[in-house]
Ligand binder design. Structure first.
Ligand SMILES: Cc1cc2nc3c(=O)[nH]c(=O)nc-3n(C[C@H](O)[C@H](O)[C@H](O)COP(=O)(O)OP(=O)(O)OC[C@H]3O[C@@H](n4cnc5c(N)ncnc54)[C@H](O)[C@@H]3O)c2cc1C
Length: 803
C-alpha cells in the first residue's frame, strides 16, 4: 500500500466506490480507497437493489434521477454489468388521502421533468396483475424505476475508478485517524499508515465508529430490515417483468426476482441494530430472520397480493443499514475538522449513491457542491443530535417510511428536548408546539388544553380560525411572539466591521442601526440571510436562521475573522420575545424610560434598554409587516419579561401569537425565508434581495458573480401569487403553470388572514415575471387560477411597519 495519497476514501460499499469514481471523473489523481473486507461487505451486498426517483426534497430527487441515469455510462466505462432492470414502477394508493398525496407527488414531479401518470385502480390491476383491485383506489406510474445488482454496481464504480487511476486496497481496516498540524491526516490501518491530504468517511455501517476516531458523534443508526423472496409464480412465466411496486397501506415494496417476487417491509415495530457500537467482525453477514415482527405487514401483503400466498417463501434476508434522523444522507465537510468529509447515512444507496458521489466530489474539487444539497448537508445537524436523539428519530422515521407526511404534521419522537424558559407558561396558555432542530416553539394557541391539538390534513385545519384571530390581533392591536428560534452570533473587536463587510453583501450598519444582508458564496448565490444589528462600534449581533447555524459556522471557518475579531455563536444565550401590531409601541413605552417615538427610535433601530427591571437589547424590526419590536434578553430574564409584557398587554388587547400566524403574515408581505425562498440555487437579484447588496462598499465574497447576475437580470424571479383556492392552500413545491406549461414552483404558501386571500411565493422564469394573468398553481391535483401580484399584498409601501 502506498504511504501518501491525495484522498483516502474509507469504505468500499456503493457510496465509497461512487465517491472514488466521481473524484477520478473530476480529474483527481493519487486516490486510495481502503476497505476492511471485500467490496460490498457492509450493508451493500444484501440490498434489494430497488431504485426510484421520487423524494420529499426536489433537490435530492434530482440527484436520484442523476444516479439512475448514470448506470449505463458506468457499464460502458467499466465493462461491468450493473444488472439493470427498468420495468417501471407503480405506487398503489389504498385510501383517498393517499391518492391525494400521489396527486401532489405527481405535481411535484412535473417541474423536475418526471413523467408520472395517475391511473385508476382498474388500470392498476391491468398493468400490475398480482393485486386484488378491491383494496386500491388508484395508483401512480413512474417509468424510471427498477432495480440493479448491488454487487455489479459497486464493482462497476470500483472498476471505473481504477480505470481513472484510483487504487483500492481490500482486507485492511482503518483503525485510527490522527490530524497533522498541516491539516493532513495520518490514516492508521492494519497494514500501515498512509498520509492523506483529505479523508472521506464512507464507512456505511461503521461510519459512526470512524467518526468517533476524530471525536465526532455522527447522527446515524442502523436498523434491521427484512425482505423475503417467494418461490416462482406460475402466472409470471413468459410474461413481461413485473413493475416494481409500493403498497403504502401494507408498508410493502415489491419487485420481481427471477420467477418469484421480492417483498420487503418497513414495519412499524422496527428494531435498531447495534445501537451504540457496531461490531467490527460483522462482515458479509446477515441477522437471524424474524418474520413474526413483520407479520402484520405480511398479512396485508398476502391480502393485497393474493397470488403470493399461493407459493412458498424461498428465502428471507434480514440485514442492517443506516439512517440519519430524517432519512436523508449526511454529506459534506465537517465543521471544526480540516480536510475531513463524510458521505454516510445513505439509506437508498442505489437511488442516491451516484448523486452523493457527484456532490461530494464537486464539493472537494470545486469547494462547492454545485447544487442545492441543503437536504443532505451534514451541517443540518448540531450537537443536539445525540446518540439517544438519533435512536428515537431514526426509529420514528423508519416506521413512517411509507406514511403520509401532511404539510401541517409535527412528529412526536424525541420531544420535548430543547425548551426555552417560557415553555411552561406557553404550555399553560394552550400553545400547540412545533419542533425545529430539537427546539419547541409555539405554532398557534388554542382556547383550552382540550382544544390544543391540530388535525393533520392537506386542507385547512382546525388551527385556521385560531391563526385568523392571532393575525387579527397583530393587525388591529398587538401580538406577543416567542422568537428564540433564531440563530445568533456576536461579532466583537476592532476589525469586526471590516470582516463583516467582506463576508456579507450589504454594508455594515452604523451604531444603533440594523441592516438586512444576504450572504453569498463565490458563485454569487444565496447561502444565508442575516440581520446585522450594531450595538457599539465593535459589537455587532447577527441574527439568522436557527437551522443553519452549524452551516454558517462551517462557512465562517473557511472565511475566518482576523486576529482581534471574535465570532461567538450565542443562540441559546439570548432568547427573545417580540411585539407586533399598532399597539406595540404604546405597550412597550409603558415599560421603559427610553423614548420609543419614531423620531427617537425609528424603524431599523437597535439599542440596549431596560424593560422594567430587565436589561434587554431591542430592535425595531418587523417580519409581520406591522409595527414591531424584537426584544432579546439573556435566558434568565425571559420569564420575567414575559410576565411583564403579558400584564402590561392586558390594556392593549395583547394576544399570544404563534409561528403559523407569523408565516402567513410574512407571506402577505412577500418576505422570504431561508431554506424556502433563499437557497444556494438562487441569486440575490432573482430572490428580490438585490436592494440589500451594496456594490459600492468595496469587494465582498460573491460580488463579481452578483454583479453579473444584476446586469443580466438572472434566470428566475421570486414572485407572489394570489390563488383562487378552495379549502386547501399551497404548502411548497407545487408546480406553477402558465399557458398550460409548468414554468416554476412554489416555495411557500398559506392563507393570508389579513388580506383574506390564499397566497403563494414561488420562482418563475424572469421573462415571465411581467405577466400577471395566465398562471395556475396545482393544488391537490387541481390546477387553480393564480394571479401574479406586482407587489406584496399587504401594505406594499411599508407604512405600517415604518410608522
Ligand atoms: C435488507 C436490505 C435491503 C435494502 N434494499 C435496498 C434497496 O432496495 N435499494 C436501495 O437503494 N438500498 C437498499 N438498501 C440500503 C443499501 O444497502 C445502503 O443504502 C447501502 O448499502 C449503503 O452503502 P454504503 O457504502 O454507505 O455502506 P456499506 O455498504 O456499509 O459500506 C461501507 C463499507 O465501509 C467498510 N468500512 C467500514 N469501516 C471501515 C474501516 N474502518 N476501514 C476500512 N473499511 C471500512 C465496510 O467494510 C463496508 O464495506 C438495503 C439494505 C438492506 C439491509
Amino acid at each position: 500500500m502506498k504511504s501518501d495519497a491525495r484522498v483516502v476514501v474509507i469504505g468500499g460499499g456503493v457510496v465509497g466506490t461512487s465517491v472514488l469514481y466521481h473524484l477520478t471523473k473530476a480529474g483527481w489523481k493519487d486516490l486510495l480507497l481502503i476497505e476492511r473486507g471485500e467490496l460490498t461487505c457492509g450493508s451493500t451486498w444484501h440490498a434489494a437493489g430497488g431504485m426510484h426517483t421520487l423524494n420529499g426534497d426536489p433537490n435530492v430527487a434530482r440527484l436520484q434521477q442523476y444516479t439512475i441515469n448514470l448506470y449505463k455510462e458506468l457499464e460502458r466505462i467499466s465493462g461491468q454489468s450493473c444488472g439493470l432492470h427498468m420495468p417501471g414502477g407503480i405506487m398503489l394508493a389504498g385510501t383517498r388521502e393517499r391518492f391525494d398525496w400521489l396527486k401532489m407527488a405527481q405535481a411535484r414531479g412535473r417541474y423536475l421533468g418526471m413523467e408520472l401518470e395517475l391511473i385508476s385502480a382498474e388500470e392498476a390491476a391491468r398493468v400490475f396483475p398480482i393485486i386484488d383491485r378491491k383494496y386500491f383506489v388508484g395508483a401512480l406510474l413512474d417509468p424510471i424505476e427498477g432495480h440493479i445488482d448491488p454487487y455489479g454496481v459497486t464493482h462497476a464504480y470500483a472498476k471505473a475508478a481504477q480505470i481513472g487511476g484510483a487504487q483500492i486496497v481490500r482486507h485492511n481496516r482503518v483503525v485510527d485517524l490522527k490530524a497533522r498540524a498541516d491539516g493532513s491526516w495520518d490514516v492508521i490501518t492494519e497494514g500501515g499508515t498512509v498520509r492523506a491530504e483529505q479523508v472521506v468517511n464512507a464507512a456505511g455501517l461503521w461510519a459512526r465508529e470512524v467518526g468517533r476516531m476524530v471525536g465526532l458523534e455522527l447522527p446515524v443508526l442502523a436498523m434491521q430490515h427484512q425482505y423475503l423472496i417467494t418461490e416462482d409464480l406460475p402466472s409470471l412465466k413468459g410474461q413481461k417483468e413485473l413493475l416494481t411496486a409500493i403498497d403504502f397501506e401494507g408498508e410493502i415494496y415489491t419487485r420481481q426476482e427471477r420467477g418469484g417476487v421480492l417483498l420487503g417491509t418497513y414495519e412499524r415495530a422496527g428494531v435498531p441494530w447495534s445501537p451504540t457500537e457496531t461490531p467490527w467482525d460483522f462482515t458479509q453477514s446477515l441477522l437471524p430472520e424474524d418474520l413474526e415482527r413483520i407479520a402484520p405487514s405480511l398479512e396485508v401483503g398476502f391480502r393485497h397480493f393474493p397470488t403470493l400466498a399461493e407459493v412458498g417463501i424461498r428465502k428471507v434476508v434480514n440485514g442492517p443499514f443506516t439512517f440519519a434522523p430524517d432519512g436523508n444522507p449526511l454529506v459534506g465537510p465537517i465543521r471544526g475538522l480540516r480536510n475531513f468529509w463524510v458521505a454516510c447515512g445513505v439509506m437508498a444507496g442505489f437511488s442516491q449513491g451516484g448523486g452523493v458521489g457527484l456532490t461530494l466530489s464537486q464539493w472537494m474539487v470545486e469547494g462547492d457542491p454545485g447544487a442545492d444539497v441543503w437536504a443532505m448537508d451534514v451541517a443540518r445537524y448540531g450537537d443536539w443530535a445525540t446518540l439517544a436523539y438519533t435512536n428515537a428519530k431514526v426509529r420514528e422515521n423508519y416506521s413512517r417510511r411509507f406514511c403520509i407526511r401532511f404539510p401541517n404534521e409535527e412528529l412526536p419522537a424525541a420531544r420535548p428536548l430543547r425548551t426555552t424558559p417560557v415553555y411552561e407558561r406557553l404550555q399553560a396558555a394552550h400553545a400547540v408546539f412545533g419542533e425545529y432542530c430539537g427546539l419547541e416553539h409555539p405554532l398557534w394557541f388554542a382556547h383550552s388544553a382540550k382544544e390544543a391539538h391540530e388535525d393533520i390534513t392537506f386542507h385547512r385545519s382546525n388551527a385556521h380560525p385560531h391563526v385568523a384571530a392571532e393575525c387579527r390581533a397583530v393587525h388591529e392591536a398587538v401580538g406577543l411572539l416567542e422568537i428564540s428560534n433564531y440563530g445568533k452570533f456576536e461579532v466583537t473587536g476592532a476589525g469586526a466591521e471590516e470582516w463583516l463587510a467582506r463576508v456579507m453583501a450589504n454594508r455594515v450598519p452604523k451604531v444603533g442601526r440594523i441592516a438586512l444582508t444576504p450572504m453569498l458564496n463565490e458563485r454569487g448565490k444565496l447561502i444565508g440571510d442575516f440581520t446585522m444589528s450594531r450595538l457599539t462600534e465593535q459589537r455587532i449581533f447577527l441574527i439568522c436562521t436557527w437551522a443553519a447555524e452549524v452551516y454558517y459556522r462551517r462557512w465562517f471557518e473557511r472565511h475566518p475573522p482576523p486576529t482581534g475579531v471574535t465570532l461567538r455563536p450565542c443562540a441559546m444565550e439570548y432568547v427573545g420575545l417580540s411585539l407586533a401590531g399598532p399597539r406595540a409601541r404604546a405597550l412597550l413605552q409603558g415599560l421603559t424610560r427610553t423614548d420609543l417615538s419614531s423620531a427617537a427610535f425609528p424603524f431599523l433601530s437597535f439599542r440596549g434598554m431596560d424593560i422594567g427591571m430587565i436589561p434587554a437589547l431591542v430592535g425595531r424590526i418587523s417580519f409581520t409587516g406591522e409595527l414591531g419590536y424584537e426584544i432579546w434578553v439573556t435566558s434568565e430574564y425571559q420569564r420575567a419579561l414575559y410576565d411583564l409584557l403579558i400584564a402590561e398587554g392586558r390594556a392593549h388587547g395583547l394576544r399570544l401569537v404563534g409561528g403559523r400566524a407569523l408565516n402567513t403574515m410574512r407571506i402577505e408581505k412577500s418576505f422570504g425565508t431561508w431554506a424556502r425562498e433563499y437557497r444556494p440555487i438562487y441569486g440575490p437579484h432573482e430572490a428580490g434581495l438585490g436592494r440589500f447588496v451594496d456594490f459600492d462598499k468595496g469587494d465582498f465574497i460573491g460580488r463579481a458573480a452578483a454583479l453579473e447576475e444584476q446586469q443580466s437580470g438572472g434566470a428566475l424571479r421570486l414572485v407572489t401569487f394570489t390563488i383562487d383556492a378552495r379549502d386547501a392552500d399551497a404548502a411548497g413545491d407545487e408546480p406553477i403553470w402558465h399557458d398550460s406549461r409548468v414554468v416554476g414552483w412554489v416555495t411557500s404558501g398559506a392563507y393570508g388572514h389579513r388580506t383574506q386571500r390564499s397566497l403563494a411565493l414561488g420562482y418563475i422564469p424572469a421573462p415571465l415575471a411581467a405577466a400577471t394573468e395566465g398562471f395556475e398553481i396545482e393544488l391537490l391535483g387541481e390546477r387553480r387560477r393564480a394571479q401574479r401580484e406586482s407587489a406584496a399584498v399587504l401594505d406594499p409601501a411599508g407604512t405600517r411597519m415604518r410608522g
